[in-house]
Design a binder for this molecule. Structure first.
Ligand code: FBP
Length: 549
């Protein structure tokens, strides 16, 4: 492999661990707290998770755990979209199990969750691991979006684990993948297999979070990568003074990425989907508000600007949300009938016969290109693939119309960007390199303490790594019941942007000034070497949340 100078340097980087995890694994023990409940729908969940529901929170403390020294074979799976730092989770897990017993083995299942069902795996050796330390990407073992949900798949997992003498599986994934981890852990417990399942919180979207999971890994690096690009565009906009840049940012559902990037770069507008939903704004209202900003700035002589649009916006606009929910159910319940329709015209005709009146009107109001994008294949979890919908173009078109409708003769020339894939495989920032390594190492300790159905938790993240607090939280604690594929299912609740919390409040307090004036800030590229004030910076989101507590 040809290596860049940065990659060679990054191999030498030693990720920081919480102080306690520097002890020998046999000298760290899990202390269990009080029984837990669920985010909501506890009675229903108790019936579905008879073995694992109510498990206590685990906190690591110094203490004897001779069990840690046992030889163990562990399997690891990368699940879902790429997020910077995935290789370091594997590195932390690898180093953790080897520190406990050098004869323990780590198997990487290839290509995501399907790797375990198809028994496609490699044994991760020291040499292989060293070639991926502190690098971005998931290419070491690959990822995938296969959903582990059927009894046949679960039985296959048991068979494969038994054949390879694997006693624990670590699933590195987002809310959907960790929901599957919870269901798998319950099945393993019911069948008394003795195989444990541990999750690690991954997703650039930042929507797998709560009191014990302060952020999912990858959010830090991805937002810093996008913020660098946005800052560069802002400087270009202010230099050329002739374009409005409409920038869509990844984040399937929640607007954490857009909010964080807005705090880092101070653009002229940033839409927060959760606010749109709360205020029940229509698409036209959003466009009119942006048009007001464009006109005000033009009157001040500023015929340029930069605006951020969260990828998931479309599903938060009330009329679109209803439309998409109806579409998802109709497409799931009539899969073969719908997929047999030969073209867009016949699909439209069929849908109109099945839609409610409101959704038929909403569907009709969309430009054909966007309507077609809404009909594209769902992801394996039944979600519409919002990354394929060009909301940034839809909005700029509507803004143009809104300006025209007001009879204003202002210059409005829009350019469009979508930042998503650019940030998912970047070299992890120092924060993500440290956090991911700690999450993986911590997962090895949860296994060494014979826990199952837990998510690796490392918190107090705004403090230096030495002071981070390590432990585990039961996956069922984060669950509730939701409508999926036309049926009620137990799922980990997505953490959306909290409009009362400090990060949104910091944005809301400044956005009017940022809209009218030009207050751009330029974060520049992620720095890996240099002063800690630059290299070990956390996100503004974490910093705001930490200040509030
Ligand atoms: P995860 O939730 O699996 O981490 O993936 C999130 C994400 O990056 C979203 O931001 C985006 O909408 C989606 O993946 C894109 O999916 P794909 O990689 O399948 O195109």
């Amino acid at each position: 492999m040809d290596l860049s100078p940065l990659q060679q340097e990054r191999y030498q980087y030693k990720p920081k661990l919480p102080a306690l995890l520097k002890n020998r694994p046999t000298e760290i023990k899990a202390v269990l707290g009080q029984p837990t409940s669920a985010y909501a729908d506890a009675d229903e969940l108790k019936k579905l998770f008879k073995n694992n529901f109510g498990a206590p929170i685990a906190l690591f403390e110094p203490g004897n755990n001779p069990d840690a020294a046992a030889v163990r074979n562990v399997g690891v799976i990368l699940s879902g979209g790429q997020a910077p730092g995935g290789h370091n989770v594997i590195a932390g897990l690898f180093d953790g199990i080897k520190a406990a017993n050098a004869d323990s083995k780590l198997f990487g299942f290839l290509g995501g969750p399907s790797g375990i069902v198809d028994d496609q795996a490699v044994e991760i050796t020291g040499e292989m691991m060293d070639a991926y330390r502190n690098t971005g990407g998931f290419d070491m073992i690959g990822s995938g979006r296969t959903k582990l949900e059927t009894v046949e798949q679960f039985d296959k997992c048991i068979e494969v684990c038994q054949r390879r003498s694997i006693s624990a599986i670590v699933i590195i994934g987002g809310d959907d993948s960790n929901t599957n981890a919870a269901v798998l852990a319950e099945y393993f417990a019911e069948k008394q297999t003795g195989i444990s399942v541990i999750g690690c919180p991954k997703t650039i979207d930042g929507d797998l979070k709560n009191e014990y999971i302060e952020t999912s890994f990858g959010f830090d690096t991805a937002t810093k990568t996008y913020a660098e690009l946005i800052g560069n565009i802002e400087r270009d906009a202010d230099s050329a003074k002739k374009y409005w840049h409409f920038i869509k940012l990844m984040g399937r559902s929640a607007s954490h990425i857009a909010l964080e990037c807005a705090l880092q770069t101070q653009p002229n507008f940033c839409i927060i989907s959760e606010e749109v939903e709360k205020e029940q704004k229509t698409l036209m209202q959003i466009a009119k508000e942006i048009a007001d900003i464009v006109i005000t700035r033009a009157c001040d002589g500023k015929t340029f600007g930069v605006g951020l649009i969260p990828e998931g916006l479309i599903e938060f606009i009330p009329e679109m949300k209803t439309l998409i929910a109806e579409l998802n159910d109709l497409m799931a319940q009539n899969e073969s009938e719908f997929s047999a329709l030969p073209d867009f015209a016949s699909q439209t005709k069929w849908l109109k016969q099945h839609f409610s009146k409101e959704s038929a009107a909403a569907f009709d109001s969309l430009p054909e290109g966007i309507a077609k994008q809404l009909l594209l294949d769902r992801d394996p979890h039944g979600n519409v693939q919002v990354s394929l919908i060009e909301t940034e173009k839809l909005l700029s078109e509507m803004v143009k119309k809104a300006i025209k409708a007001r009879g204003e003769k202002v210059k409005f020339s829009a350019l469009h960007h979508f930042f998503g894939y650019e940030g998912r495989c970047a070299f992890p920032s120092n924060f993500d390199a440290d956090y991911c390594y700690s999450l993986g190492y911590n997962a090895s300790l949860l296994i060494a303490n014979n826990l199952s159905g837990y998510l690796s938790s490392v918190r107090n993240l705004a403090a230096p790594a030495d002071e981070w607090i390590a432990g585990g939280i039961p996956l069922t604690m984060m669950m509730n019941m939701e409508q999926r594929h036309g049926a009620l299912k137990p799922v980990i609740r997505k953490a959306l942007v909290d409009l009362d919390a400090a990060p949104f409040q910091a944005f809301a307090a400044n956005r009017e000034r940022w809209a009218r004036e030009t207050c751009y800030t330029y974060p520049g590229a992620i720095q890996y070497y240099g002063p800690a004030s630059v290299c070990d910076l956390t996100t503004k989101t974490l910093a705001c949340e930490a200040k509030k507590n």
